[in-house]
Design a protein around this ligand. Structure first.
Ligand code: SF4
Ligand code: SF4
Length: 473
């Protein structure tokens, strides 16, 4: 039986037996990838990092002008319900849309001004989303916030303040944080992980958060640990950020419940499943939550937002956005108010260079190609990456040569070449039987494929179709 071509008897043999055989053969390759034995997961790739463009540039506080756009869906779950209408005056820090259900989050204005419209607008993912459009008066007149002492807050009050601040997973997922921090059995949570891996190439927003505002991360972690009496706080950072590791180690040296975990630099190390595997050796699949294996994982930006919401009573109103790539004149890291037009940030970097062919909301591995630069920065926006040359455009797809590199790279331990074949012929049943729903859409398989096969794209489309079918049922 060939290692990567499975015909006939494979189903009889059973997929899991087959999988065990394939992955036991790959184990040696993975071990050789980590000679120092640093914390990591199995699979993954080492793309060009591109972080040198912005990693040493401190945050610039950006003050946008003109129109600001606040989508009512900046999170997973029910859209928020607008609380304002055209002509209303609003202040910075004012709630303008209220959570539309348990899994939902409030939306706040980051500027003072007048509501111009409530209408569908384009967002970075390419979707049209109902949005509150505010004409910024440039005054930044703010509401009053109510600070609090952590020691005087009950666990319920801490969660309520996180919800009141509209905090969601700001590393990209957008899951409402108060829901994530309300597991069924809080006493069984052993690890609270602050995800500072930032494995996506080119992005340096978390890097700058750890260097420029590290105290807020420690404050936020203290707030989360107050919810979980039996947990240890782990600040997880890849070993390509030695200055962040040093800074955070210095800050937590007198905190008995906190430590820094150094991870091997590898994409997608920052994925929730991968970081849990790296730090604890525990594994979860797509049907499990981190809490099922005693873990809570939050991105550094989210943890910082938790500190603002709990201790200062301040809602989420800004995001660190890296504007980078060889397609922009002067790459920068901005602390930008939510609602800022991405095009304004690009202009503040000196604009795009001649011949730019691709602009991505996010990084090159997980981001979304943009066809219109006028989209708002939302709670989950981390970057805008601009390229003079689009390497993908030059790729010519050829036949699979059964080299197995996609299998070796896959962090979800599925067989990408097989799944893509099932997807291409619309075979839903085999796709699910071969664990297609375990794919985390990281893009590693397409990245390593010498035949330039669009594996991730095919698998992603199939997953969407199956998820939509499940929703309809
Ligand atoms: S995109 Fe999916 S199938 Fe491809 S490597 Fe990532 S997890 Fe595996
Ligand atoms: S990496 Fe590409 S060529 Fe190699 S087995 Fe996978 S799909 Fe085929």
């Amino acid at each position: 039986m060939s290692l990567f071509t499975f015909e006939g008897e494979e189903r009889a043999q059973g997929f899991s037996a087959l999988k065990d055989e394939v992955f036991s053969r790959l184990r040696t390759i993975w071990e050789n990838d980590n000679p120092e034995g640093l914390l990591t997961f199995v699979g993954g790739v080492h793309p060009y990092e591109g972080k040198e463009l912005t990693k040493d540039l401190p945050l610039e506080r950006f003050k946008p002008q003109g129109e600001m756009v606040f989508p009512v869906s900046q999170h997973i779950g029910a859209p928020a319900t607008p609380l304002v209408k055209k002509g209303d005056k609003v202040l910075r820090g004012q709630m303008i849309a209220e959570a539309g259900g348990f899994v939902s989050a409030h939306v706040f204005s980051s500027v003072s001004g007048t509501v111009k419209a409530v209408e569908p607008r384009l967002v970075p993912t390419g979707a049209m989303v109902n949005s509150i459009v505010i004409e910024n008066d440039g005054e930044y007149t703010e509401v009053e916030y109510t600070p609090a002492e952590l020691s005087e807050l009950s666990k319920e009050e801490i969660r309520a303040r996180i919800r009141a601040g509209g905090v969601v997973g700001m590393g990209g997922a957008g899951f409402p944080t108060d829901v994530k921090l309300s597991p069924k059995e809080p006493d069984k949570i052993e690890y609270v992980m602050v995800n500072g891996a930032e494995c996506e190439p080119y992005l340096t927003s978390d890097h700058r958060r750890m260097l420029d505002e590290p105290e807020a991360i420690v404050d936020g972690l203290r707030c989360i640990l107050a919810l979980f009496d039996n947990a240890q706080g782990c600040i997880c950072i890849e070993n390509n950020k030695p200055e962040c590791i040093e800074r955070m180690q210095e800050l937590v040296k007198d905190e008995p419940r906190m430590e820094v975990k150094v991870l091997l630099t590898k994409y997608p190390q920052g994925g929730e499943r991968n970081i849990i595997k790296a730090v604890t050796g525990r594994e979860i699949n797509s049907t499990m939550l981190p809490a099922d294996v005693g873990c809570v994982v939050d991105n550094v930006d989210t943890v910082s937002a938790i500190a603002d919401a709990v201790l200062r009573g301040k809602p989420v109103m800004s995001k660190i956005v890296t504007v980078t790539g060889n397609g922009v004149v002067s790459p920068k890291n901005f602390l930008a108010p939510t609602g800022t037009d991405m095009y304004e940030l690009i202009e503040a970097c000196g604009g795009l260079r001649d011949g730019v062919t691709k602009v991505i909301a996010g990084g090159p591995m997980m981001g979304f190609a943009m066809y219109d630069l006028h989209v708002p920065c939302t709670k989950t926006t981390a970057a805008c990456t601009c390229f003079v040359e689009d390497p993908v455009l030059k790729d010519v797809e050829t036949a699979c040569i059964n080299c197995g590199r996609c299998v070796e790279a896959c962090p979800s331990h599925v067989l990408p070449t097989r799944l893509a074949a099932f997807a291409d012929r619309g075979d839903l049943e085999s796709f699910q039987e071969f664990d297609g729903m375990e794919c985390c859409e990281c893009g590693c398989c397409s990245y390593v494929c010498p035949a330039k096969r669009q594996l991730t794209q095919s698998i992603k489309s199939m997953r969407r179709m199956i998820l939509n079918n499940r929703k309809k049922k």
